[in-house]
Every structure is written in C-alpha cells, then in structure tokens.
Ligand binder design. Structure first.
Ligand SMILES: [Zn+2]
Length: 178
C-alpha cells in the first residue's frame, strides 16, 4: 500500500513538473520506434488528416481538378499554434499560390536534421514566426494557423504538409502516425 502511495506521489510530481517546466506544452507524449511526425497542430493531437468536405479530401493523391494533391492536409483550427513535425532548420517562407494576397497564402519550408536529414517539408496556410536558419527541435513552435476557409465555406481548416525525400515529393501519410 505504501509503495503505491509513493508511486502515485512520484507520478504526480512528474506530471506536475511537465506542466510547470513546459516540457511538453502541446505534444502527444507519444513514444514509438516508427518514424512519425510530432504533433503538427495544437488543436489536433493525433495529426488527423482532413476527410472529405465540399472542396475534396485531404488525402495524398486526392483530386484537385486536373491535378493531384501532393501532400496531406492536417486538420487545424484557425489561430492554433503549429509545430515542426521533425527536427529541422528553417529554410524560408513557402507561398502556395501566385497573385493571391489572402492571409492564408503563406507557409514555411523546413529542412530535416538528425535522423530526418534528407527530408524537407512545406507547410502551407501557416504564418511563419521563426527566422530563416533557425534550428528547431521536433515539436517546437513555427507559427500560427490561418483561416484557410475564409473564401471557402465548408472547407475543413488545415495545414497542407508536403514532404520531400532527397528532393522528390513523397507520400507523407505513413508519417502522420502515433
Ligand atoms: Zn493540401
């Protein structure tokens, strides 16, 4: 009985210090050997991918008129904090569309480091809040989610995540794991 009491107190202290010291402000707390993205959006702890809505699906390869969707869309409510999916260096801004002055037409381009060397990711509809060249750990803050739906009623708000491996676009779906 005493043991359980001590264990409970120790666990409580650990949980409390995580809150106090901000070890994980908004992370999933996942531990796995699979190569997974860290939590990308504060409002979406499971990296849930946008399903079907009035404008299509957020799946990789989904139809976009004559084109195919070259990334995955991670559900994210407007104003949410957005995080680096893996350890990375900030390359630059990445703008999705030409001749579009909407606030959502913004994004960030990251280059993986450590075990993610060789990977790059474009994350669109995010207001970039970190300077070029900054070194980021996985899950660290990179910017805030815009309202992508402002001219698209019925669309699920989302971060577009476009992954490259050795400069070639790859399907990121298996990395949106737990
Ligand atoms: Zn997309």
């Amino acid at each position: 009985m005493k043991f359980f009491l001590v264990a409970a107190v120790v666990l409580g202290v650990i949980a409390l210090s995580q809150e106090v010291f901000g070890w994980r402000e908004c992370g999933s707390g996942r531990s796995s050997r699979k190569k997974c993205f860290e939590q990308i959006c504060c409002s979406n702890p499971s990296n849930q991918i946008r399903g079907w809505d009035a404008y299509g699906s957020g799946a990789y390869g989904a139809s976009r008129g004559s084109r195919k969707h070259r990334g995955i869309d991670i559900v994210c409510s407007a104003g949410s904090s957005v995080y680096a999916p893996f350890p990375a260096t900030v390359l630059r801004r990445s703008i999705p569309y030409r001749n579009n002055n909407a606030a959502y037409n913004n994004g960030i381009y990251l280059q993986g480091t450590g075990s993610w060397a060789g990977y790059r990711v474009k994350m669109w509809y995010v207001t970039k809040q970190v300077r070029n060249g900054k070194k980021l750990s996985a899950g660290s803050y990179i910017g805030s989610m815009t309202d992508r739906t402002i001219h698209a009623r019925g669309m699920t708000n989302h971060v577009h995540v476009q992954l490259e491996k050795n400069r070639t676009i790859v399907n990121p779906t298996s990395y949106a794991c737990q």
